[in-house]
Design a protein around this ligand. Structure first.
Ligand SMILES: CC(=O)SCCNC(=O)CCNC(=O)[C@H](O)C(C)(C)COP(=O)(O)OP(=O)(O)OC[C@H]1O[C@@H](n2cnc3c(N)ncnc32)[C@H](O)[C@@H]1OP(=O)(O)O
Ligand SMILES: O=C([O-])CC(=O)C(=O)O
Length: 382
């Protein structure tokens, strides 16, 4: 048994997967062989979900049936709505509300009795979770605003329907397409921390609700999905600062601040998803406020070209440009990480299913560094 310690499991191979591949030196990402650029420009989030879950892109008929099945599962129970309302009243964070909602969805699961090894049933459960997440999240936001939830729109796809349920207004084409693209870009990414969390839970043959709840929990941290919210908070800090954005980043670097949205365990160059989101951010800036795009590009240029971070393998990751895209779409800042989860649920479910097809309990070990041969002193004598 090898005794090498790989802190953070860096580079440790633990599974085989056909789902996504990352070339961290070339800045390339594929889902089942399709480049992320082609998928973002030529497919919808529903097509990508189908690809991840069923192994190939759907035909028109398959997509229509799949979309209908997702639409049929959008409603959430009265209990979930009541809980969203109570959590909104209690000023809970949306990511925590989502964690609670996913866990609660199982209470109305019609196939609750299915055998854990029945992967077809797991896939249907996963579809229900994916369809319901936007509804629960949007309801939470409506309650926070003191408004009633908006019923799902039967004519709109998952991305546009989420924006509709959030605001009560049908999004324009630019907003709907940009948001759909953002969902595609976030759907899967190898064995990132939240996917691995979901897989570990799935490897015990626990149900998919538990696995997705665990995925949401792992994604929430600032080293992972939580960074997209942190990036926008940094941009707002710059905006409110007396310094101009160039001076701000110089000072932040001198103070040794770690800038969110930079650095990645796998990429040594700019994340290909960040490039696509940067393009979207630039387009939105041309129509609206240009300053957010200016701030991000100034930070990127300063850190990469002047501070040479790229030479150290530290470049913008997916979270660096998503924040300013969502901000320009009018989405509340603390919804950014839940939106990431809304998309990544598709990847978590795909990985759990793939792993369970040839399941083996995930159980690594730690090198014990504690004392040995301790003598137990009775409580009253300690
Ligand atoms: C969707 C996602 O999860 S993408 C990642 C989202 N998270 C962020 O953007 C948060 C900011 N980034 C980070 O904290 C890290 O880059 C992580 C957590 C993403 C990757 O972490 P790891 O692979 O463990 O790298 P680690 O934290 O050990 O950093 C390696 C080196 O890069 C430096 N580094 C990493 N990220 C940054 C950053 N954002 N700014 C400045 N320096 C950085 C570290 O200081 C360290 O330098 P050193 O070797 O001189 O000490
Ligand atoms: O792959 C990772 O470690 C983090 C990431 O970019 C993602 O999950 O999308």
């Amino acid at each position: 048994m090898a005794d090498d310690l790989e802190k953070g499991l860096e580079g440790v191979l633990v599974a085989e997967s056909e789902l996504s591949f990352i070339d961290g030196d070339a800045g390339r990402l594929i889902y089942r062989g399709y480049s992320i650029e082609d998928l973002a420009r030529g497919a919808s989030y529903e097509e990508v979900l189908y690809l991840l879950w069923h192994g190939e892109l759907p035909t028109e008929d398959e997509l229509a049936a799949f979309t209908d099945a997702l639409e049929d599962e959008r409603e959430v129970s009265e209990n979930v709505l009541a809980t969203m309302e109570r959590l909104a009243d209690a000023d809970e964070r949306p990511m925590a509300a989502l964690r609670t909602a996913v866990s609660m969805f199982s209470a109305s699961e019609p196939e609750d009795d299915a055998d854990p090894g029945d992967l077809e049933a797991t896939l249907r459960k996963g579809r229900r979770i994916t369809a319901k997440i936007p509804t629960a999240l949007a309801a939470f936001e409506r309650y926070r605003l003191g408004e009633e939830p908006v019923e799902p729109h039967p004519e709109l796809g998952l991305a546009a329907n989420f924006l509709y349920m959030l605001t009560g207004e049908e999004p324009d084409d630019v907003a709907a397409e940009t948001f759909d693209q953002a969902l595609i870009l976030h759907a899967d990414h190898g064995l990132n921390a939240s996917t691995f969390t979901a897989m570990v839970i799935g490897s015990t043959m626990a149900d998919i609700y538990s696995a997705v709840t665990g995925g949401v929990s792992a994604l929430s941290g600032p080293l992972h999905g939580g960074a997209n919210q942190d990036v926008m908070e940094v941009l707002i800090e710059i905006d409110e600062s007396d310094l101009d954005h160039r001076e701000w980043i110089e000072q932040a670097t001198e103070e040794g601040r770690r800038i969110p949205g930079f650095g990645h365990r796998v990429y040594n160059v700019k994340d290909p998803r960040a490039k696509i989101l940067q393009e979207r951010s630039e387009e939105l800036a041309e129509e609206g406020e240009g300053k957010w795009y200016d701030y991000t590009t100034t930070i990127e240029r300063y850190l990469t070209e002047e501070k040479g971070l790229v030479e150290k393998g530290i470049a913008p990751n997916v979270d660096f440009y998503s924040g300013s895209v969502y901000y320009q779409l009018g989405i509340p800042i603390d919804m950014y990480t839940p939106i990431f989860a809304m998309s990544r649920a598709g990847g978590w479910i795909a990985h759990v299913l793939e792993y369970q097809e040839d399941n083996r309990l995930i159980r690594p070990r730690a090198r014990y560094t504690g004392p040995s041969d301790q003598e137990l002193v009775p409580l009253e004598k300690r």
